[in-house]
Design a protein around this ligand. Structure first.
Ligand code: ATP
Ligand code: LTN
Length: 333
């Protein structure tokens, strides 16, 4: 809470091209909080360097992610949109919170276990303390709610634990945040291996539908999606591929699983896959058109980054000063 207003915070890494998993699990839902909450949506470039990035790509994707935020309906007049590295308080609070986070807690984070296996040649300390920076992002703004996909739930729970631990030592420092996980779309699976999360860093391009894929590519990728040897479109255990496609279809059409089963009764997987591709392409077309316009105006995006960072820094500095004072750091003005 900031005064009377409830706060919403979330972030997306500019670590690759964004997928329909990022869209359905997170970004699409961000704008639903804009009326009732003061919202901060951050492009978390400092998180992205926990795995190796090509600097020119990171720079380009930072602009692209901000443009996508806006193209997905986030009005910069109603939401604070900014880049993490432009607000130094994130890194400063992160250091402090490192000293209030236990090694054992971080060792239990499943994303660390997954990413350290995947990037075995670069298990750096940042990969390990990543969730502490995420806790700093959230706690700096006295955040009440954090809209994320289910894979980030464990990290938000860690942020809650850190906040509670800190508040016990120093009462009334942080608001304890709640994860807001969408009912539908919380975990979109890979089209190539529907037992795995669709992830923007997957090497198999057929596994992923990007928000910016063109219509033909989207339809082709859905046509190739791995399913099963059954022929009936129904949501059931063991039908991971079809369940995933039904979830995606349901996210874009708001139809229930029963309605979808009825709609495709007597039809084959081919018809269904085409329909999923079409609703997805239809829904993304306006986002893509708006994105192109926004990205063409680099100066406009930079002005937005600057304005967003100033707004965010104002709130972030307040929390950071409060924490530093409680800890016993000398304040001189
Ligand atoms: P990476 O592959 O680089 O780890 P990612 O695709 O998991 O990236 P993030 O930037 O880590 O993307 O996530 C941004 C947001 O998108 C988070 O809230 C995350 O929970 C959500 N998200 C990511 N992938 C999915 C998915 N497959 N289904 C639903 N939500 C997702
Ligand atoms: N770790 C998140 C990105 C992220 C985030 C945050 C999400 C960084 N800081 C704060 C919500 C709140 C991820 O999606 N991988």
């Amino acid at each position: 809470m900031l005064g009377e207003q409830k706060i919403c915070f979330s972030g997306v890494q500019p670590s690759g091209n964004l997928t329909i998993g990022n869209y359905l699990g997170a970004i699409r839902n961000f704008s639903t909080f804009s009326d009732a909450y003061k919202c901060f949506y951050c492009v978390v470039d400092e998180h992205a360097i926990t795995v190796r990035q090509v600097p020119a790509d990171l720079r380009r994707r930072t602009y692209e992610t901000l443009a996508l935020y806006m193209a997905c309906g986030l009005d910069p007049e109603k939401n604070t949109l900014y880049v993490q590295s432009h607000v130094p308080a994130h890194a400063e609070l992160s250091w402090i919170l490192n000293c209030y986070t236990m090694f054992g807690e971080l060792s239990r984070m499943t994303q660390f276990k997954d990413k350290s296996t995947k990037h075995a040649d670069n298990v750096n300390a940042g990969l390990f303390t990543y969730p502490v920076l995420m806790a700093a992002d959230i706690l700096l703004y006295q955040t009440d709610v954090v809209p994320v996909g289910i894979d980030q739930k464990q990290h938000v729970e860690l942020a809650r634990n850190i906040a509670e631990r800190f508040n016990q030592l120093f009462p009334d420092t942080f608001t304890v945040p709640e994860p807001m996980i969408p009912q539908n779309g919380k975990k979109i699976m890979s089209l190539a291996d529907p037992t795995k999360k669709m992830s923007k860093s997957d090497e198999n391009q057929n596994a992923i539908v990007y928000i910016l894929d063109d219509r033909d590519t989207i339809i082709r990728k859905f046509r190739r999606a791995v399913t099963d040897s059954d022929t009936v479109v129904r949501f059931a255990e063991g039908k991971d591929g079809i369940n995933n496609l039904m979830t995606i279809y349901s996210c874009f059409t708001e139809k229930s699983m029963e309605e979808i089963e009825r709609e495709f009764a007597g039809k084959g997987y081919g018809d269904f896959k085409l329909a999923v591709g079409e609703v997805c392409a239809d829904a993304l077309a306006p986002v893509q058109a708006r994105y192109k316009e926004l990205l063409a105006d680099k100066a406009g995006l930079e002005a937005q980054m600057k304005k967003g960072a100033e707004e965010a820094a104002y709130y972030a500095r307040k929390t950071l000063a409060k924490v530093q004072k409680k800890l016993g750091f000398v304040q001189v003005r």
